[in-house]
Design a protein around this ligand. Structure first.
Ligand code: CA
Length: 498
């Protein structure tokens, strides 16, 4: 049986610090199963610098809400016990759990240390602005609240490449740590913005140090077993030596988990950068299709000025679909966040139809789009609207695909269905006026009628002798046509037992 896969990113940036997210996921697991979610991307579960941190200012990778550290046992999302219970509930409903893995940096050290460092030019990090001199910085991690449980590894300045604050004179700068085999990761192994983009924030982890490599590999295997994880979402990989990321994922799979899933966040608009990264890492894991996200954003802002025929030009989904995790928005692109590029509301159903109803790509549904965004400027979720598209993905978006990308303001495609899901669909979307398009759905439907399951059009379309229909769409919307009256039971034909 092959159902369509679907990831749900189960968090947004503005969630309240109430320690309830893990409990909410546990309670929501049956519903997630119902709407066709096959795996959940959980936010970073580790102890960060403070309880209300979203999770990316990592303090202790071994503290999943278990120890009294940074003034709290639980994290923003709950305790370790609740985290494990949420994952167990997902598994009980056949849903996988993907952890958000933040390996670029560490924050909130327990003690300062003194060592030699250079100040570098923030615009060109290979350019030293000073002779080496001694600084005092927060680089010693002893985890006194954990007392060596799970790992007795303690971090010191030799495990980092750089930091951003000298305690002695309270100067903020980018400091490159001086030492044997020190310096940023080689230029070709990280993103090349600012000369060398190894350094992002806090104390930058040094993956040229073999002690670090061994410890993080050990941690990753411990974590996957401890939380029974099915995959990783790898944060900020453009700032981490790609050799290490590839080695890490390979190591996890070689230790008896050949199916372990991994997707990297390599935040670049241009397809070429994504392609080069996939090639450099030998296609070991997938990447988020950032190019496609920016196309959605542009299209949503430009309205009818956008040429919909180009929506997937130079994107991962078009060129390397087997390694594309497609998404509409996420916790970083939502309003007010670091990579803000929010897809406007009118376009969301079009964008979701694109990622959910096409053959290519592994789509990711964003919590903020489904349940809404909280905080000072809340945005209402679109669950009831998206449920229709999710239903269509789960029951009808199967089989061969015929594209009709022939009008700058109106595109469409059809899916033929397959043996298990015999009733396909016809999608038509417009960013301009009301429109129509003749598309092929199959001779078997000659003389039969199709209805718009998205609920935007009331008409019924009669299929002609050649198996084509003239499908309709209202301006600025998407319609999805299926044989009239097909019920979920009919849409799904389980194969006979052999
Ligand atoms: Ca780095």
């Amino acid at each position: 049986m092959s159902e369509n896969g679907l990831i749900m990113q189960y968090f947004e940036w503005e969630l309240p610090n109430d320690g309830q997210l893990w409990n909410k996921i546990k309670a929501d697991a049956p519903h997630l199963k119902q709407i066709g979610v096959t795996s959940v991307w959980l936010p970073p579960a580790y102890k960060a610098i403070s309880q209300d941190d979203v999770g990316y200012a990592i303090y202790d990778l071994y503290d999943l809400g278990e120890f009294d550290q940074k003034g709290t046992v639980r994290t923003k999302y709950g305790t370790k016990e609740e985290y494990i219970a949420a994952i167990d509930a997902l598994h009980e409903h056949g849903i996988g759990a993907y952890a958000d893995v933040v390996l670029n940096h560490k924050a909130g050290a327990d003690e300062t240390e003194r060592f030699m460092a250079y100040e570098v030019n923030p615009e060109n990090r290979q350019e030293k602005l000073s002779e080496p001199y001694e600084i005092e910085a927060w680089t010693k991690f002893t985890f006194p609240g954990r007392k060596g449980k799970h790992s007795d590894f303690q971090w010191n300045w030799t495990h980092f490449t750089g930091t951003d604050f000298n305690v002695e004179d309270e100067k903020k700068a980018i400091y490159m740590i001086k030492g044997v085999n020190k310096g940023w990761s080689d230029d070709e192994t990280v993103d090349n913005e600012f000369g060398n983009f190894d350094y992002l924030m806090f104390a930058d982890i040094d993956y040229e140090n073999p002690e670090v490599v061994e410890e993080i590999k050990r941690w990753a295997n411990w974590y996957v077993d401890e939380a029974k994880l099915d995959g990783f979402r790898l944060d900020a990989v453009k700032h981490i030596n790609y050799h290490f990321i590839k080695e890490l994922v390979t190591d996890i799979r070689e230790k008896g988990r050949p199916e372990f899933f991994a997707v990297g966040e390599y935040w670049r608009h241009d397809y070429d950068s994504l392609q080069q990264y996939l090639e450099a890492t030998d296609y070991t894991f997938d990447l988020f299709d950032v190019s496609l996200h920016y196309h959605f954003h542009e299209a949503s802002v430009a309205g009818s000025d956008y040429d919909l025929r180009k929506i997937c030009e130079d994107t991962l989904i078009a060129k390397i679909p087997t390694h594309a995790v497609t998404f509409v928005d996420n916790h970083d692109s939502q309003p007010g966040q670091s990579l803000e590029s929010y897809v406007e509301r009118w376009f969301k159903p079009l964008a979701y139809s694109f990622i959910l109803l096409r053959l290519e790509g592994f789509p990711c549904l964003f919590y903020g789009d489904y349940y809404g965004i909280s905080g000072e400027n809340p945005i209402e979720g679109m669950a009831s609207r998206l449920d229709k598209i999710l239903y269509l993905r789960a029951n009808h978006a199967y089989g061969d695909q015929h594209d009709y990308f022939d009008d700058p303001n109106c595109i469409g495609w059809t899916r033929m269905g397959n043996e298990e899901h015999p009733y396909g669909l016809a999608v038509i979307m417009s960013n301009g006026d009301d429109n129509k398009k003749k598309m092929y759905v199959g001779e078997q439907y000659a003389g039969e009628t199709f209805a718009d399951y998205s609920g935007n059009r009331e008409e019924k379309i009669v299929i002609d002798e050649e198996g084509c229909g003239e499908f309709l769409v209202k301006g600025g919307t998407v319609s999805v046509w299926v044989k009239d009256g097909v019920t979920p039971e009919e849409a799904f034909h389980p194969l006979e037992e052999a």
